[in-house]
Design a protein around this ligand. Sequence first.
Ligand SMILES: Cc1[nH+]cc(COP(=O)(O)O)c(CN[C@@H](CCC(=O)O)C(=O)O)c1O
Length: 389
Amino acid sequence: MTEQQPFASLEAAHSAGVYAKRPITLVRGSGATLYDDHGQAYLDCGSGIGVANIGHCHPTVVQAIAEQAATLTVCPEAFHNDQRALLQAELVQLFPAEFQRVFLCNSGTEAVEAALKFARMATGRTAIVAAMRGFHGRTFGALSATWESHYREPFMPLVPDFSHIPYNNIERLQNAITEQTAALIIEIIQGEGGIRPATAEFLQAAQTICHERGALLILDEVQTGFGRTGRMFAFEHYGLQPDLVCLAKALGGGIPMGAVVINQRVGELAIGTHGSTFGGNPLACAAARASLSVIRTEQLVDQTAEKGAWLLTQLQAIRSPKIREVRGLGLMIGIELKEKVSPYLQKLMNQHQIIALNSGSNVLRLLPPLVISWPELERVVATLRSMFE
Ligand SMILES: Cc1[nH+]cc(COP(=O)(O)O)c(CN[C@@H](CCC(=O)O)C(=O)O)c1O
Protein backbone atom coordinates (compact mmCIF):
# COMPACT_ATOMS: atom_id res chain seq x y z
CA MET A 1 0.00 0.00 0.00
CA THR A 2 1.37 3.43 -0.92
CA GLU A 3 1.61 6.03 1.85
CA GLN A 4 -0.55 8.58 0.04
CA GLN A 5 -3.20 6.20 -1.27
CA PRO A 6 -3.25 3.19 1.07
CA PHE A 7 -6.78 2.13 0.19
CA ALA A 8 -6.47 2.75 -3.52
CA SER A 9 -3.58 0.33 -3.91
CA LEU A 10 -5.27 -2.24 -1.69
CA GLU A 11 -8.49 -1.94 -3.70
CA ALA A 12 -6.60 -2.16 -6.98
CA ALA A 13 -4.97 -5.38 -5.83
CA HIS A 14 -8.30 -7.18 -5.60
CA SER A 15 -10.75 -5.29 -7.81
CA ALA A 16 -12.19 -7.08 -10.88
CA GLY A 17 -10.57 -4.38 -12.99
CA VAL A 18 -13.66 -3.26 -14.94
CA TYR A 19 -13.75 0.27 -13.48
CA ALA A 20 -11.66 3.28 -14.47
CA LYS A 21 -10.66 4.87 -11.15
CA ARG A 22 -10.17 8.49 -10.11
CA PRO A 23 -7.17 8.91 -7.74
CA ILE A 24 -9.08 9.73 -4.55
CA THR A 25 -10.56 7.58 -1.78
CA LEU A 26 -13.93 8.82 -0.58
CA VAL A 27 -14.74 7.90 3.00
CA ARG A 28 -17.49 10.26 4.21
CA GLY A 29 -20.34 12.36 2.89
CA SER A 30 -22.84 14.89 4.17
CA GLY A 31 -25.28 16.90 2.11
CA ALA A 32 -23.54 17.85 -1.15
CA THR A 33 -20.05 17.39 0.33
CA LEU A 34 -17.78 14.37 0.12
CA TYR A 35 -14.52 13.84 2.03
CA ASP A 36 -11.50 11.78 1.09
CA ASP A 37 -9.29 9.77 3.44
CA HIS A 38 -7.06 12.80 3.99
CA GLY A 39 -9.99 14.96 5.09
CA GLN A 40 -10.13 16.93 1.83
CA ALA A 41 -13.69 18.14 1.08
CA TYR A 42 -15.20 17.97 -2.40
CA LEU A 43 -18.40 19.55 -3.71
CA ASP A 44 -20.32 16.66 -5.24
CA CYS A 45 -21.92 17.37 -8.62
CA GLY A 46 -22.21 13.70 -9.52
CA SER A 47 -24.40 12.35 -6.69
CA GLY A 48 -22.90 8.90 -7.22
CA ILE A 49 -24.29 8.96 -10.79
CA GLY A 50 -27.64 10.43 -9.84
CA VAL A 51 -28.24 8.48 -6.61
CA ALA A 52 -27.76 11.03 -3.81
CA ASN A 53 -30.64 13.31 -4.76
CA ILE A 54 -31.30 14.04 -1.06
CA GLY A 55 -27.59 14.40 -0.36
CA HIS A 56 -25.21 12.04 1.42
CA CYS A 57 -26.12 10.39 4.74
CA HIS A 58 -29.30 12.39 5.28
CA PRO A 59 -30.13 12.04 9.02
CA THR A 60 -33.72 10.97 8.27
CA VAL A 61 -32.53 8.11 6.06
CA VAL A 62 -29.68 7.19 8.42
CA GLN A 63 -32.15 6.90 11.29
CA ALA A 64 -34.62 4.85 9.24
CA ILE A 65 -31.86 2.46 8.14
CA ALA A 66 -30.52 2.11 11.69
CA GLU A 67 -33.95 1.36 13.10
CA GLN A 68 -34.82 -1.13 10.36
CA ALA A 69 -31.39 -2.76 10.55
CA ALA A 70 -32.15 -3.50 14.19
CA THR A 71 -35.65 -4.75 13.37
CA LEU A 72 -35.71 -6.89 10.20
CA THR A 73 -33.56 -6.69 7.05
CA VAL A 74 -34.37 -10.06 5.45
CA CYS A 75 -37.90 -10.84 4.28
CA PRO A 76 -38.39 -12.34 0.82
CA GLU A 77 -41.50 -11.47 -1.14
CA ALA A 78 -42.93 -14.88 -0.29
CA PHE A 79 -44.00 -13.16 2.92
CA HIS A 80 -45.77 -9.86 3.41
CA ASN A 81 -43.83 -7.07 5.10
CA ASP A 82 -44.89 -3.78 6.67
CA GLN A 83 -42.18 -1.58 5.15
CA ARG A 84 -42.70 -3.01 1.67
CA ALA A 85 -46.49 -2.63 1.84
CA LEU A 86 -46.17 0.98 2.98
CA LEU A 87 -43.53 1.84 0.35
CA GLN A 88 -45.56 0.36 -2.50
CA ALA A 89 -48.60 2.33 -1.40
CA GLU A 90 -46.55 5.53 -1.07
CA LEU A 91 -44.88 4.99 -4.44
CA VAL A 92 -48.07 4.49 -6.46
CA GLN A 93 -49.50 7.60 -4.80
CA LEU A 94 -46.88 9.56 -6.76
CA PHE A 95 -48.32 8.28 -10.06
CA PRO A 96 -51.63 8.73 -11.91
CA ALA A 97 -54.46 6.54 -10.59
CA GLU A 98 -53.99 3.98 -13.40
CA PHE A 99 -50.70 2.91 -11.78
CA GLN A 100 -51.54 0.53 -8.96
CA ARG A 101 -48.82 -2.11 -9.01
CA VAL A 102 -45.07 -2.13 -8.31
CA PHE A 103 -42.33 -4.70 -8.85
CA LEU A 104 -39.40 -4.08 -6.49
CA CYS A 105 -35.81 -5.05 -7.28
CA ASN A 106 -32.27 -3.90 -6.58
CA SER A 107 -30.93 -1.75 -9.43
CA GLY A 108 -31.81 0.11 -12.58
CA THR A 109 -30.77 -2.69 -14.87
CA GLU A 110 -32.98 -5.09 -12.91
CA ALA A 111 -35.92 -2.69 -13.27
CA VAL A 112 -35.35 -2.56 -17.02
CA GLU A 113 -35.03 -6.35 -17.23
CA ALA A 114 -38.34 -6.73 -15.41
CA ALA A 115 -40.10 -4.16 -17.60
CA LEU A 116 -38.87 -5.86 -20.79
CA LYS A 117 -40.00 -9.28 -19.55
CA PHE A 118 -43.38 -7.93 -18.44
CA ALA A 119 -43.88 -6.29 -21.84
CA ARG A 120 -43.18 -9.50 -23.74
CA MET A 121 -45.36 -11.53 -21.38
CA ALA A 122 -48.25 -9.02 -21.39
CA THR A 123 -48.35 -8.55 -25.18
CA GLY A 124 -47.25 -11.99 -26.35
CA ARG A 125 -44.94 -10.13 -28.73
CA THR A 126 -41.13 -10.18 -28.86
CA ALA A 127 -39.89 -7.04 -30.65
CA ILE A 128 -38.38 -4.27 -28.49
CA VAL A 129 -37.54 -0.85 -29.93
CA ALA A 130 -35.02 1.42 -28.21
CA ALA A 131 -33.25 4.68 -29.05
CA MET A 132 -29.75 5.23 -30.34
CA ARG A 133 -27.51 6.65 -27.60
CA GLY A 134 -29.87 5.16 -24.99
CA PHE A 135 -28.49 3.53 -21.86
CA HIS A 136 -30.60 1.00 -19.96
CA GLY A 137 -28.13 -1.21 -18.09
CA ARG A 138 -25.55 -3.92 -18.55
CA THR A 139 -27.36 -7.23 -18.06
CA PHE A 140 -28.15 -9.06 -21.30
CA GLY A 141 -31.72 -7.82 -21.74
CA ALA A 142 -31.05 -4.24 -20.69
CA LEU A 143 -27.78 -4.30 -22.66
CA SER A 144 -29.74 -5.33 -25.76
CA ALA A 145 -31.66 -2.05 -25.40
CA THR A 146 -28.48 -0.05 -24.68
CA TRP A 147 -26.92 1.55 -27.78
CA GLU A 148 -23.17 2.08 -27.38
CA SER A 149 -21.26 -0.70 -29.15
CA HIS A 150 -18.37 -0.72 -26.69
CA TYR A 151 -20.80 -1.83 -24.00
CA ARG A 152 -22.29 -4.53 -26.28
CA GLU A 153 -19.52 -5.92 -28.49
CA PRO A 154 -17.70 -8.14 -25.95
CA PHE A 155 -20.95 -9.91 -25.03
CA MET A 156 -22.60 -10.76 -28.34
CA PRO A 157 -24.95 -12.40 -29.15
CA LEU A 158 -27.42 -10.41 -27.11
CA VAL A 159 -31.16 -10.95 -26.80
CA PRO A 160 -32.79 -11.22 -30.26
CA ASP A 161 -35.48 -8.92 -31.69
CA PHE A 162 -34.19 -5.61 -30.34
CA SER A 163 -33.81 -2.64 -32.71
CA HIS A 164 -32.84 1.01 -32.36
CA ILE A 165 -34.11 4.24 -33.90
CA PRO A 166 -32.58 7.72 -33.91
CA TYR A 167 -33.76 9.59 -30.79
CA ASN A 168 -36.40 12.26 -31.53
CA ASN A 169 -37.03 10.86 -35.02
CA ILE A 170 -40.78 10.43 -35.41
CA GLU A 171 -40.62 9.08 -38.96
CA ARG A 172 -38.27 6.26 -37.94
CA LEU A 173 -40.52 5.61 -34.94
CA GLN A 174 -43.51 5.25 -37.26
CA ASN A 175 -41.63 2.64 -39.29
CA ALA A 176 -40.21 0.76 -36.29
CA ILE A 177 -43.30 0.21 -34.13
CA THR A 178 -45.40 -2.58 -35.66
CA GLU A 179 -48.04 -5.12 -34.63
CA GLN A 180 -45.09 -7.33 -33.58
CA THR A 181 -43.69 -4.73 -31.18
CA ALA A 182 -43.97 -5.57 -27.49
CA ALA A 183 -42.60 -2.23 -26.31
CA LEU A 184 -40.68 0.93 -26.98
CA ILE A 185 -38.19 1.79 -24.21
CA ILE A 186 -36.85 5.35 -24.00
CA GLU A 187 -35.47 7.90 -21.59
CA ILE A 188 -37.13 11.32 -21.28
CA ILE A 189 -33.60 12.74 -21.12
CA GLN A 190 -30.77 10.50 -22.27
CA GLY A 191 -28.38 10.58 -19.31
CA GLU A 192 -25.31 8.45 -20.01
CA GLY A 193 -25.92 9.20 -23.68
CA GLY A 194 -25.11 12.89 -23.32
CA ILE A 195 -27.92 14.70 -21.45
CA ARG A 196 -30.16 14.82 -24.51
CA PRO A 197 -33.77 15.80 -23.84
CA ALA A 198 -36.52 14.24 -25.91
CA THR A 199 -38.80 16.63 -27.78
CA ALA A 200 -42.41 16.86 -26.63
CA GLU A 201 -43.49 15.92 -30.15
CA PHE A 202 -41.40 12.75 -30.12
CA LEU A 203 -42.74 11.68 -26.74
CA GLN A 204 -46.36 12.35 -27.67
CA ALA A 205 -45.89 10.51 -30.97
CA ALA A 206 -44.23 7.60 -29.19
CA GLN A 207 -47.17 7.22 -26.85
CA THR A 208 -49.79 7.57 -29.60
CA ILE A 209 -48.08 5.16 -32.00
CA CYS A 210 -47.44 2.55 -29.30
CA HIS A 211 -51.00 2.58 -28.04
CA GLU A 212 -52.50 2.59 -31.56
CA ARG A 213 -50.45 -0.49 -32.46
CA GLY A 214 -50.79 -2.42 -29.21
CA ALA A 215 -47.22 -1.86 -28.03
CA LEU A 216 -46.33 -0.78 -24.51
CA LEU A 217 -44.44 2.42 -23.68
CA ILE A 218 -41.64 1.80 -21.17
CA LEU A 219 -40.08 4.94 -19.71
CA ASP A 220 -36.67 4.47 -18.17
CA GLU A 221 -36.64 7.07 -15.38
CA VAL A 222 -33.78 5.47 -13.51
CA GLN A 223 -31.79 8.71 -13.83
CA THR A 224 -34.55 11.30 -14.34
CA GLY A 225 -36.78 10.16 -11.47
CA PHE A 226 -37.34 11.53 -7.97
CA GLY A 227 -37.17 15.23 -8.64
CA ARG A 228 -34.01 15.28 -10.79
CA THR A 229 -35.64 17.26 -13.65
CA GLY A 230 -37.80 19.59 -11.53
CA ARG A 231 -40.85 17.30 -11.45
CA MET A 232 -41.12 14.16 -9.35
CA PHE A 233 -40.89 12.18 -12.59
CA ALA A 234 -39.83 13.59 -15.94
CA PHE A 235 -42.85 12.22 -17.80
CA GLU A 236 -44.97 14.73 -15.86
CA HIS A 237 -43.45 17.58 -17.90
CA TYR A 238 -45.20 16.09 -20.96
CA GLY A 239 -48.45 14.71 -19.48
CA LEU A 240 -47.59 11.20 -20.67
CA GLN A 241 -49.45 8.03 -19.74
CA PRO A 242 -46.75 5.34 -19.99
CA ASP A 243 -47.34 1.66 -19.31
CA LEU A 244 -44.23 0.75 -17.33
CA VAL A 245 -41.89 3.17 -15.54
CA CYS A 246 -38.43 1.97 -14.49
CA LEU A 247 -36.98 3.55 -11.34
CA ALA A 248 -33.76 3.12 -9.32
CA LYS A 249 -30.76 5.32 -8.38
CA ALA A 250 -32.30 7.89 -5.98
CA LEU A 251 -35.24 5.62 -5.05
CA GLY A 252 -33.50 4.08 -2.02
CA GLY A 253 -31.89 7.23 -0.64
CA GLY A 254 -28.49 5.64 -1.26
CA ILE A 255 -29.47 2.03 -0.58
CA PRO A 256 -29.49 -0.07 -3.78
CA MET A 257 -33.05 -0.42 -5.05
CA GLY A 258 -35.03 -0.55 -8.27
CA ALA A 259 -38.70 -0.63 -9.14
CA VAL A 260 -41.11 -0.93 -12.04
CA VAL A 261 -44.39 0.95 -11.58
CA ILE A 262 -47.08 -0.71 -13.68
CA ASN A 263 -50.09 0.85 -15.39
CA GLN A 264 -53.21 -1.31 -15.06
CA ARG A 265 -53.31 -1.31 -18.89
CA VAL A 266 -50.50 -3.92 -18.72
CA GLY A 267 -52.91 -6.40 -17.11
CA GLU A 268 -52.28 -9.09 -14.52
CA LEU A 269 -48.82 -10.70 -14.30
CA ALA A 270 -48.79 -14.45 -13.62
CA ILE A 271 -47.42 -15.68 -10.30
CA GLY A 272 -43.94 -17.22 -10.49
CA THR A 273 -43.01 -15.57 -13.81
CA HIS A 274 -40.45 -13.20 -12.32
CA GLY A 275 -38.83 -12.52 -8.96
CA SER A 276 -35.81 -11.53 -6.88
CA THR A 277 -34.28 -12.69 -3.60
CA PHE A 278 -33.53 -9.20 -2.29
CA GLY A 279 -36.29 -7.33 -4.14
CA GLY A 280 -38.58 -5.49 -1.73
CA ASN A 281 -36.41 -6.16 1.30
CA PRO A 282 -37.42 -4.28 4.45
CA LEU A 283 -34.16 -2.34 4.79
CA ALA A 284 -34.31 -0.86 1.27
CA CYS A 285 -38.03 -0.18 1.64
CA ALA A 286 -37.51 1.67 4.92
CA ALA A 287 -34.71 3.72 3.37
CA ALA A 288 -36.85 4.51 0.32
CA ARG A 289 -39.77 5.62 2.49
CA ALA A 290 -37.47 7.93 4.42
CA SER A 291 -36.03 9.31 1.20
CA LEU A 292 -39.47 10.01 -0.23
CA SER A 293 -40.39 11.81 2.99
CA VAL A 294 -37.29 14.02 2.69
CA ILE A 295 -38.08 14.89 -0.93
CA ARG A 296 -41.58 15.84 0.16
CA THR A 297 -40.87 17.73 3.42
CA GLU A 298 -37.87 19.63 2.05
CA GLN A 299 -39.82 20.45 -1.15
CA LEU A 300 -36.85 19.29 -3.19
CA VAL A 301 -38.80 18.99 -6.44
CA ASP A 302 -39.75 22.67 -6.51
CA GLN A 303 -36.26 23.63 -5.32
CA THR A 304 -34.77 21.66 -8.21
CA ALA A 305 -36.97 23.40 -10.75
CA GLU A 306 -35.81 26.80 -9.45
CA LYS A 307 -32.14 25.91 -8.97
CA GLY A 308 -31.96 24.06 -12.27
CA ALA A 309 -33.45 26.94 -14.26
CA TRP A 310 -30.95 29.35 -12.71
CA LEU A 311 -27.98 27.02 -13.25
CA LEU A 312 -28.88 26.35 -16.89
CA THR A 313 -29.22 30.08 -17.60
CA GLN A 314 -25.92 30.87 -15.91
CA LEU A 315 -24.05 28.13 -17.77
CA GLN A 316 -25.63 29.01 -21.11
CA ALA A 317 -24.39 32.57 -20.58
CA ILE A 318 -20.76 31.39 -20.53
CA ARG A 319 -19.14 32.49 -23.77
CA SER A 320 -16.48 29.97 -24.69
CA PRO A 321 -15.08 28.58 -27.95
CA LYS A 322 -14.77 25.26 -26.15
CA ILE A 323 -18.50 24.84 -25.49
CA ARG A 324 -20.83 23.58 -28.23
CA GLU A 325 -24.05 23.52 -26.20
CA VAL A 326 -25.38 23.60 -22.64
CA ARG A 327 -28.61 21.62 -22.19
CA GLY A 328 -30.73 19.82 -19.67
CA LEU A 329 -33.65 20.14 -17.29
CA GLY A 330 -33.72 20.67 -13.55
CA LEU A 331 -30.45 19.57 -11.98
CA MET A 332 -29.58 17.24 -14.85
CA ILE A 333 -27.34 19.34 -17.06
CA GLY A 334 -24.82 18.60 -19.78
CA ILE A 335 -22.12 20.87 -21.17
CA GLU A 336 -21.16 19.54 -24.60
CA LEU A 337 -17.60 20.44 -25.42
CA LYS A 338 -15.75 20.62 -28.72
CA GLU A 339 -13.01 18.52 -27.15
CA LYS A 340 -12.50 15.66 -24.70
CA VAL A 341 -14.08 16.25 -21.31
CA SER A 342 -11.74 14.18 -19.12
CA PRO A 343 -9.02 16.85 -18.64
CA TYR A 344 -11.70 19.23 -17.37
CA LEU A 345 -13.09 16.67 -14.95
CA GLN A 346 -9.58 16.12 -13.58
CA LYS A 347 -9.01 19.88 -13.26
CA LEU A 348 -12.37 20.37 -11.55
CA MET A 349 -11.55 17.68 -9.01
CA ASN A 350 -7.82 18.26 -8.46
CA GLN A 351 -7.69 22.07 -8.57
CA HIS A 352 -11.22 23.07 -7.55
CA GLN A 353 -12.39 20.10 -5.45
CA ILE A 354 -15.58 19.71 -7.47
CA ILE A 355 -16.64 16.25 -8.60
CA ALA A 356 -18.53 16.13 -11.90
CA LEU A 357 -19.25 13.34 -14.39
CA ASN A 358 -18.95 12.69 -18.09
CA SER A 359 -21.56 11.51 -20.54
CA GLY A 360 -19.58 9.98 -23.35
CA SER A 361 -16.25 11.52 -24.29
CA ASN A 362 -17.20 15.18 -24.67
CA VAL A 363 -20.11 16.02 -22.36
CA LEU A 364 -19.54 17.31 -18.84
CA ARG A 365 -22.49 16.01 -16.81
CA LEU A 366 -23.76 17.80 -13.71
CA LEU A 367 -26.02 15.78 -11.39
CA PRO A 368 -25.64 17.58 -8.06
CA PRO A 369 -27.66 16.52 -5.03
CA LEU A 370 -30.99 18.37 -5.10
CA VAL A 371 -30.06 19.72 -1.65
CA ILE A 372 -27.10 21.66 -3.09
CA SER A 373 -27.10 25.19 -1.67
CA TRP A 374 -27.23 28.42 -3.62
CA PRO A 375 -23.67 29.37 -2.57
CA GLU A 376 -22.47 25.94 -3.73
CA LEU A 377 -24.24 26.43 -7.07
CA GLU A 378 -22.63 29.87 -7.41
CA ARG A 379 -19.23 28.24 -6.78
CA VAL A 380 -19.88 25.71 -9.55
CA VAL A 381 -20.83 28.47 -12.02
CA ALA A 382 -17.86 30.65 -11.08
CA THR A 383 -15.47 27.72 -11.39
CA LEU A 384 -16.79 26.58 -14.77
CA ARG A 385 -16.80 30.14 -16.06
CA SER A 386 -13.14 30.51 -15.00
CA MET A 387 -12.27 27.24 -16.71
CA PHE A 388 -14.01 27.86 -20.01
CA GLU A 389 -14.11 31.62 -20.65
C1 LIG B 1 -31.39 5.56 -17.69
C2 LIG B 1 -30.65 4.45 -16.99
N1 LIG B 1 -31.23 3.20 -16.98
C3 LIG B 1 -30.59 2.17 -16.38
C4 LIG B 1 -29.36 2.33 -15.76
C5 LIG B 1 -28.76 1.11 -15.05
O1 LIG B 1 -28.88 1.31 -13.66
P1 LIG B 1 -27.96 0.48 -12.67
O2 LIG B 1 -28.11 -0.98 -13.01
O3 LIG B 1 -28.52 0.79 -11.31
O4 LIG B 1 -26.54 0.94 -12.84
C6 LIG B 1 -28.71 3.58 -15.75
C7 LIG B 1 -27.33 3.73 -15.13
N2 LIG B 1 -26.66 4.87 -15.59
C8 LIG B 1 -25.23 5.06 -15.34
C9 LIG B 1 -24.34 3.94 -15.95
C10 LIG B 1 -23.78 3.03 -14.90
C11 LIG B 1 -22.83 2.03 -15.56
O5 LIG B 1 -21.78 2.48 -16.08
O6 LIG B 1 -23.20 0.84 -15.60
C12 LIG B 1 -24.81 6.41 -15.95
O7 LIG B 1 -25.71 7.20 -16.29
O8 LIG B 1 -23.59 6.67 -16.07
C13 LIG B 1 -29.38 4.66 -16.36
O9 LIG B 1 -28.86 5.91 -16.39
